[in-house]
Ligand binder design. Structure first.
Ligand SMILES: [Zn+2]
Length: 288
């Protein structure tokens, strides 16, 4: 049984990073009262969400690893992922996916990365498909994701901000040449069958993803912060909101409605107007 909680919109939020939202995004008490009255009569969380999406002038979705688990992509930061990494590789996922391990021990990095972060066969799930549909209907402006699997684009979403980059883009660290994911998976392009090498200059070819110890791209993080600062409705799903940059980005939100779709509690629960503890694919599919 899905758990649904409805909360009244909170008071003004403090920004932690990034620009102010436009003045006209400031809450209007009368309008909010009217909207609340209409929204609370509706029974299920997905129905409430559907109603909010249709009432809102602008909507942004911000998602984490939980959006992809229904596509069979495990969260490498989960307790099971952590345990497996320590047992098989002798390190935590954060260490294995760090800039320093990539530089010092590229073989170890690529062994872990190829086995645990690439899911070539994974298909978009109901959540990705619903979000792409909302964008096509003009009801969703932006998808911001912490995932690197490219499944939002595969589902047809166009305006996607990939905070941590994408597996589907690879580049040579020496000459900058671009490569496909297929290139690095082809062992004939790899040193010892593992570390991919540029066919032009012999440099290492790496994923265009942000490793631990590396900075997020300024342009992407600024665009994400701006989208969140300017939207009326923010739907957050499949993320615990406990790690950077998620927590900071949420601090930019000054809109009317924050909706959380997550199986467990998050630090933002007290600020949310609607919390849905249910499978994200099912909820979003019912909200389209
Ligand atoms: Zn090169």
């Amino acid at each position: 049984m899905a758990a649904v909680a409805y909360r009244h919109p909170g008071r003004a939020h403090r920004r932690l990073i990034m620009p102010h939202g436009p003045e006209n995004n400031k809450p209007n008490e009368d309008k909010q009262r009217e909207e609340r009255a209409g929204v609370t009569e509706i029974a299920s969380g997905a129905e409430q969400l559907k109603c909010l999406i249709r009432q809102s002038k602008s909507t942004v979705f911000f998602g984490g690893a939980g959006v992809s688990t229904e596509s069979g992509i495990p969260d490498f930061r989960s307790p099971a992922g952590l345990y497996a990494a320590k047992r098989i590789y002798g390190h935590t996922p954060e260490e294995l996916l760090s800039h320093s391990v990539f530089v010092r021990e590229p073989e170890l990095f690529f062994r872990y990365y190829k086995k645990n972060l690439i899911a070539e066969e994974a298909k978009p799930n109901a959540a990705h498909i619903a979000l792409a549909s909302l964008e096509r209907q003009g009801l969703l402006s932006t998808v911001i994701t912490q995932n690197i699997d490219g499944l939002h684009r595969a589902a047809g979403s166009k305006n996607v901000l990939e905070l941590h980059g994408s597996n589907w883009r690879q580049y040579c660290v020496q000459c900058g040449a671009s490569y496909s994911l297929h290139y690095i998976l082809d062992e004939t392009h790899c040193k010892e069958g593992v570390v991919p090498v540029c066919e032009k200059c012999g440099g290492i070819v790496r994923p265009d993803v942000v490793l631990y110890g590396e900075r997020l791209q300024d342009a992407v993080i600024h665009a994400a912060a701006k989208a969140i600062a300017c939207t009326q409705l923010l739907i957050v799903g499949g993320t615990s909101l406990r790690v950077y940059p998620a927590a900071g980005l949420l601090g930019c939100f000054e809109g009317r409605h924050l909706v959380l779709i997550n199986q467990s509690e998050t630090p933002a629960d007290a600020r949310a107007q609607l919390i849905i503890r249910d499978a994200i694919g099912k909820v979003l599919a019912n909200a389209v």
